[in-house]
Design a protein around this ligand. Structure first.
Ligand code: 4AD
Ligand code: MG
Length: 427
């Protein structure tokens, strides 16, 4: 008897054949002469019926929700069954009989979030995790198609990238180190050998903000390459984004539909993306009643207001130098404006930041000191400007923010299996 995945049965590959499936009991309904089991595996759900005169009856009776089992029977088309197929069970092997499962229907979000290790079995989380896997794959495919090399940066670091206020410090034997906030500086090292490099790796932020878009540990997709300018950067980012969205729309259609996501939102992400300068953004926001002025950082509310204008991904570039990190290159004739760009999307706001990096050693030292940092902490970074410096650009995109937008997730914590926030670190 063929051991099959539930998906194959639902796809009609085994009509009227005897099959064996392995999985878990998702739902159970008991009648006097018939027991309905909804069995799930990684690929889907199937209704299985057990008749009173079947040798499987006794085992079906004692099965509890989330028990694991092996079930043999005949796969038949049945219009009344969810998915259009059911299995008439002939035998059941109970593998692990479950205790009373704590997650039942109609439970609060809070309760479910505290039982993350069990909630991950839900259909919703199963679908999100599958799409997450694909999005990582489509991202890699795109980088590789553009001759990028994937590299593995360190997580323990000795100096800040994105400012001290969100640094996690830790004891490293008898030294004080930090968890990385971004792999950018390490990618910058590697461009001198490999030129186009990227990574998809964790980044850590001691971020106290409790919002729908902040995690303390998130997955960061970062790219860096030499001999390129802001135009190359924006073009690359929009092509990457369009590739990810279109591939997801095409290859994950059933999963998206089951999650209730409008597939056309993703299919319609096409290049070129609208671009506006920071100064234009400020002007637009002021017209709409905001009180911010040139020089202020855009807040979450500002970003959402801007995003409503476009209703799709777009760029804001040319931010004031003063609100950007020490490594940002500036316009040669306007040092107050940084060669920096953010990609924004509706509801979430910023999903990526990138820019040109200061490649002049003396200007870089000046910037480091102006920001109150110590140049000696960045000796190796300055070496990159001493030995064969080169104009280069790069960016970082938060994978969970991207997914939260793509999948209309209410909160970023559902884009990652084990979210870490100020309050959440269990399990
Ligand atoms: O804007 P950020 O801080 O930029 C950098 O780290 C650059 N060094 C990246 C680079 O140029 N290589 O972070 C980049 C992106 C943000 O746009 C956002 O999508 C995500 O990382 N991000 C977070 N995602 C979830 N939770 C947080 N606390 C995040 N902080 C940043
Ligand atoms: Mg940013």
């Amino acid at each position: 008897m063929a051991l099959v995945k539930i998906r194959e049965v639902l796809d009609g590959c085994h009509e009227n054949e005897k099959v064996t499936v392995r999985g878990w009991v998702y739902r159970k309904r008991e009648g006097k002469t018939l027991i309905f089991l909804l069995v799930r595996d990684a690929t889907g759900f199937i209704q299985c019926t057990v008749k009173k005169d079947s040798p499987a009856w006794g085992d079906a009776e004692r099965l509890t929700i989330e028990s694991s089992l092996k079930l043999e029977g005949t796969a038949k088309p049945d219009k009344r069954a969810p998915g259009g197929y059911e299995i008439t069970a002939e035998s059941i092997e109970v593998i692990g009989l479950a205790e009373l499962f704590p997650i039942t229907k109609d439970q609060s979000e809070q309760f479910i979030r505290d039982l993350r290790h069990l909630w991950l079995r839900s259909r919703r989380m199963n679908l999100v995790m599958k799409i997450r896997d694909k999005v990582m794959q489509f991202s890699r495919d795109f980088f590789e198609s553009q001759d990028f090399t994937e590299v593995s940066p360190p997580m323990f670091i000795s100096a800040a990238v994105e400012g001290g206020s969100t640094l996690f410090g830790l004891k490293y034997f008898d030294q004080n180190l930090y968890l990385t906030q971004s792999s950018q500086l390490y990618l910058e090292i590697l461009i001198y050998s490999l030129e186009k490099v990227y990574c998809i790796a964790p980044s850590f932020r001691a971020e106290k903000s409790r919002t729908i878009r902040h995690l303390t540990e998130y997955w960061h997709m970062e790219g860096e390459w030499p001999f390129a300018d802001m135009n190359d950067l924006m073009r690359f980012e929009e092509e990457l984004m369009a590739h990810i969205c279109q591939q997801t729309a095409e290859k994950c259609k059933p999963e998206l539909e089951e999650l209730g996501v409008d597939v056309s939102k993703l299919a319609s992400v096409k290049t070129p993306f609208p671009r506006m300068t920071y100064a234009e953004a400020v002007e637009l926001l002021r017209k709409k009643g905001a009180t911010l002025k040139w020089g202020d950082d855009l807040g979450y509310e500002d970003e959402k207001t801007l995003a409503e204008e476009f209703g799709k991904p777009f760029f804001v570039y040319d931010y004031p130098t003063a609100i950007k990190a020490f490594y940002c290159k500036t316009h040669s004739d306007r040092p107050e404006i940084a060669l920096s760009v953010d990609m924004l999307v509706p509801r979430i706001g910023e999903i990526s930041t990138g820019g040109a990096r200061e490649d002049d050693k003396d200007k870089l030292i000046k910037r480091i000191e102006e920001m109150g940092l110590k140049a000696e902490d960045y000796e190796w970074y300055l070496d990159l400007r001493r030995y064969g410096t080169v104009p280069h650009v790069g960016f970082g995109m938060g994978l969970e923010r991207l997914l939260a937008w793509m999948l209309d997730l209410e909160n970023i914590i559902d884009a990652i299996p084990f979210p870490r926030t100020t309050r959440r670190f269990y399990p």
